[in-house]
Design a protein around this ligand. Structure first.
Ligand SMILES: [Zn+2]
Length: 282
């Protein structure tokens, strides 16, 4: 996570201002753009703060407002410099429930995209510097590309979750490749970057899935370690704690603001820092 001075710099720049500044609308430059601002580059000459994002120092934000959500985000320890994991040199893509790392980080992933897209989420992700990976179905990404591009500008990364979100195991290689490569092609055309990670619908896969994912450009396939729904974290292990490398799954659903906040608090309780999956799988 970023230091306090950087946080203040970023807080002064609203997401719409960044979007207006950004001449290109897609591509790997987006993440770099955010880093350039974070590194202390000149902020926009005329940032356009809105009341909801720039409360007076003494005002308490109204519960449920964007400012309130931002105020509830814990302060995290500095994330360690990422050490990318070892990937197999050949063969199908590996499947992981959690990233094989001992580094004190955990990862937030958001799936699907067709059901609901709470409007405050892009600004929340931007203002609170929440690293997110979005596993999108390509038709939803195409229909709502402006929304997902806003999250991309805020630092999020788009990855692959097939076209039709149907169960893959037992289907032919050609069928699975069409679902995975077809989505990858569309997402690459929309966002200017070919997905490098894949999550199968419902987490269901067979060996054909892993081979097809590899052949469509995926370096790794991800299941998950915890799920988050309606502001509650559900653990898959009895000790109910987030472990280093854990991958938290949530969805583009109406309670996504609460889900993001619950995930951040759970990661903080575990003494970990949220990090970007793509920094560890290269
Ligand atoms: Zn899904």
């Amino acid at each position: 996570m970023l230091s306090a001075p950087v946080r203040r710099i970023l807080a002064a720049v609203t997401l719409p201002a960044i979007l207006a500044l950004s001449s290109c609308t897609a591509g790997p430059g987006q993440a770099i753009h955010v880093r350039q601002v974070a590194a202390g580059q000149p902020s926009p000459a005329t940032p356009s703060p809105t009341p909801s994002t720039s409360p007076s120092p003494t005002a308490k934000p109204a519960p449920g407002s964007l400012a309130w959500y931002v105020s509830q985000v814990p302060t995290f320890p500095e994330a360690p410099p990422p050490q990318p994991v070892q990937l197999p040199a050949t063969g199908p893509a590996p499947i992981w429930h959690r990233l094989p790392t001992d580094q004190k980080v955990a990862f937030i992933t958001i799936d699907d995209g067709g059901l609901a897209r709470p409007p405050a989420v892009p600004d929340f992700i931007w203002q609170a510097h929440i690293p997110v990976t979005m596993f999108l179905n390509s038709p939803a990404a195409e229909e709502h590309d402006v929304y997902f591009r806003q999250i991309e500008v805020a630092g999020g990364v788009v990855e692959n979750h097939t076209i039709r979100h149907t169960s893959l195991p037992g289907r032919s290689y050609d069928h699975q490749k069409q679902e995975i490569c077809g989505a990858a092609d569309k997402l690459e055309a929309l966002f200017g970057k070919r997905p490098t990670l894949f999550r199968p619908p419902f987490g269901e896969h067979d060996t054909t899935t892993l081979q097809a994912a590899h052949d469509c450009g995926a370096k790794a396939v991800f299941h998950w370690s915890e799920t988050v729904h309606e502001g509650k974290v559900r653990y898959q292990t009895p000790e109910k704690v987030v472990h280093p490398g854990d991958v938290l799954l949530m969805h583009f659903r109406p309670a996504l603001m609460d889900d993001l906040l619950a995930a951040l608090k759970a990661i903080h309780r575990a003494g970990l820092t949220p990090a970007l999956l793509e920094d560890y799988v290269r």
